[in-house]
Design a protein around this ligand. Structure first.
Ligand code: DOR
Ligand code: ZN
Length: 400
């Protein structure tokens, strides 16, 4: 048995000075002066549930030059992320049982918990019932982006919502059509209303990916007042950057959906602090420095983020922009609840021993040299943040 001593532990919504005892992959005791063969001194640190990032593009396969499971695992561990949900717009896409199995096998190289999204395409949608027992959730693209998995026919959308509802899996939707950044942002609400209507018609468990604007958030909150089973996420880049930053940094801040206005950004912080946002996920979308260096039009969309989600939000906690309780809610508890991980997302006896040890006062700048993701850069380079993860436990195993 391993005992973590001396830390303040986030339990039942607050920090408490407690020891945590780990037995194999579980938390087996919480208390004072716990006995154990091995002690890990965590004095001066906080211990939080491991972060669950529900939106990560791991790549691997034919795009392992951008990222593979091993490099993704390093980046996640550095960022306090112990579970990721991997997106299926890989090359080739995760649209068959065989490909999903192969991807799951590869994921072991990451040393973290890997959940896998199944892709929905115009070709495989009739077979989703079969695929359902092999995947952790489904992803539908209503907009064009990396991987070209867009499904455009409205008739198919109805069929897909109906079939996925029967599988009882979460349906995560990329609900923004592509195009000029200004138009995409303007259309966000229309596209979200469209999927909310479908979810209402079929009683689907809907999750809306990467929400960027005030109006979109307000639209979803309004829909939640009726019986709809809907959740949504925003991403750290929408909290830190706006379209103005994109004008200055070009392709480095090109992503789908694109950055919105300063008012939207401010609203997202406010909504986050108020507990109106369900989940913050990174949409970690690694593309290499070379791929991003070819000008805005030609460069692929997406920015990496998995290793900085926790520091970016913890810095906001230190700045009194956000409470620690909200951080844990949007990064740990809510992702676990929404995506059915009943043994994760909180620190309690019997829960999985997925933990992150945070040094709340460590001040560190984000530099390109220190980036762990294979893509080799970060949109947050140059930022100095206070509060960094120093180690994680994944199912009881200390890392790195
Ligand atoms: O910017 C993005 N990049 N948005 C997406 O939806 C996909 C992602 C990627 O896979 O590169
Ligand atoms: Zn994505």
């Amino acid at each position: 048995m391993t005992v973590l001593t001396g830390a303040e532990v986030f339990v039942d919504g607050e920090l408490k000075k407690l020891d945590i005892a780990l037995e194999e992959d579980k938390i087996c005791a919480l208390g004072r002066n716990l006995e154990g063969e091995e002690h890990v001194d965590c004095s001066g640190k906080l211990i939080l549930p491991g972060v669950i990032d529900v939106h990560v593009h791991v790549r691997d396969l034919k795009q392992s030059h951008k990222e593979d499971w091993e490099s993704l695992g390093r980046a996640a561990i550095a960022g306090g992320v112990t579970t990721v949900f991997a997106m299926p717009n890989t090359d080739p896409p995760l649209d068959t049982v065989e490909r999903v199995h192969d991807y799951r096998r590869r994921a072991q190289a990451a040393k973290i918990n890997a959940k896998i999204y199944g892709a929905i395409t115009s070709e495989n949608y009739k077979d989703l019932e079969n695929l359902a027992s092999h995947v952790d959730a489904f992803k539908l693209y209503l907009g064009e982006t990396t991987g070209h998995l867009i499904v455009s026919e409205k008739r198919l959308h109805r069929e897909i919502f109906k079939i996925v509802t029967e599988t009882e899996k979460i349906l995560t939707v990329h609900a923004q059509r592509g195009g000029d950044p200004k138009d995409v942002t303007r259309h966000e609400v229309d596209d979200i209303c469209y999927v909310l209507d479908l979810a209402a018609a079929y009683e689907t468990k809907l999750h809306i990916a990467h929400v960027t604007t005030q109006r979109a958030v307000e639209t979803i909150l309004e829909a939640k007042k009726s019986k709809l089973d809907v959740s949504f996420e925003t991403c750290p880049h929408y909290l830190y950057f706006t379209a103005k930053d994109r004008e200055r940094h070009g392709a480095w801040l090109k992503m789908n959906p694109p950055l919105a206005t300063e008012d939207d950004r401010e609203f997202l912080w406010w909504a986050l602090a108020e507990g109106l946002i369900d989940i913050v996920a990174t949409d970690h979308a690694p593309h290499t420095v070379e791929e991003k260096s070819v000008g805005y039009e030609k460069a692929p969309a997406g920015v990496p983020g998995v290793e900085f989600l926790l520091p970016l939000l913890f810095d906001a906690v230190n700045a009194d922009r956000l409470s620690l309780a909200r951080l844990v809610e949007v990064c740990c508890t809510n992702p676990a609840r929404r995506f059915g991980l009943s043994h994760k997302g909180e620190i309690a006896v019997g829960q999985d021993a997925d933990l992150v040890v945070v040094d709340p006062d460590r001040k560190q700048a984000i530099t390109r040299e220190a980036v762990q993701s294979k893509c080799g850069w970060s949109p947050y380079e140059g930022l100095t943040l206070r509060g960094w993860p120093v180690m994680v436990f994944v199912l009881g195993r200390p890392l790195p």
